[in-house]
Design a binder for this molecule. Structure first.
Ligand SMILES: [Zn+2]
Length: 253
């Protein structure tokens, strides 16, 4: 947790300046929503700092995957670090098999909603199964409903410029090992191991025999975004309430 000490710091941590106008950032706004799973995560740690360290390392692995994937999407062949290789190679295969088309121009594209006053950076606009939409890439262990707030904000901001925008997807890229005996899976992220049963009943008694690390790709479409966008605007209102002091200082309100 970082405590903000001055307006300039608030501006750079919480938003973007576009054509001389400051806008709050989508990912910052959605942080206002409580994440109960995070309490559970911290409760499993020995202390707070251990949780912070794991989160930090896990985020940097996520960033590495993200960066590699973005380079691949714009047609580069980046050097892939060993630790993220299974995930990235699975992604490359998926891209080809699914025939996912992206426009280089719309990778890491900055978006802004002038009326609702927010900005963000979307991962990609893609053509998948004949549909054109917003593609957001995650490196989490599953697809959380919270992501829909973020992507609804992107799709809403693009409505005027792209009338052919039909949908949005979350593409989840991860890697894990599978027990060859019981079918449980083991995910190692941020230096922490987590075993999931995957329906295996006797996984606690099993003397696991782990497979090689293998990539895991999940693509999920969320075509109906309007309700999520209402919720996003609600979150934005709450975020503005919480940050009223700074927002006044910088002249946003
Ligand atoms: Zn096992």
């Amino acid at each position: 947790m970082l405590y903000i000490s001055n307006p300039e710091q608030f501006k750079s941590l919480s938003g973007y300046e576009i054509d001389g106008v400051w806008y709050p950032r989508v990912t910052k706004i959605v942080e206002i929503k409580a994440k109960p799973a995070l309490y559970r995560f911290y409760a499993e740690m020995n202390n707070f700092n251990e949780g912070e360290a794991i989160k930090k390392q896990s985020a940097s692995e996520g960033t590495m995957i993200h960066e590699a994937v973005e380079k691949i999407l714009v047609g580069e062949s980046p050097e892939i670090e060993g630790i993220i290789k299974p995930a990235v190679e699975a992604f490359q295969k998926f891209l080809i098999n699914k025939n996912i088309q992206v426009d280089k121009e719309f990778i890491e594209k900055q978006i802004v909603h002038l009326d609702e006053r927010y900005a963000g950076t979307l991962d990609a606009l893609a053509l998948i199964d004949g549909k054109f939409g917003v593609l957001d890439i995650k490196t989490s262990q599953s697809i959380y409903r919270d992501y829909n707030l973020q992507t609804s904000a992107y799709i809403a901001a693009l409505q005027n410029d792209f009338q052919n925008l039909q949908t949005r997807w979350i593409l989840r890229i991860d890697q894990n090992q599978k027990c060859l005996k019981c079918g449980a899976s083991k995910r190692t992220k941020g230096g922490r191991e987590k075993i999931k049963a995957n329906g295996a009943k006797n996984y606690k008694e099993c003397d696991h025999e782990w497979s090689e690390m293998r990539g895991e790709i999940e693509l999920k479409e969320f075509p109906y975004w309007q309700e999520d966008f209402h919720a996003f605007l609600g979150a934005k209102r709450l975020w503005e309430w919480e940050n009223e002091k700074w927002l006044r200082m910088i002249g946003y309100i």
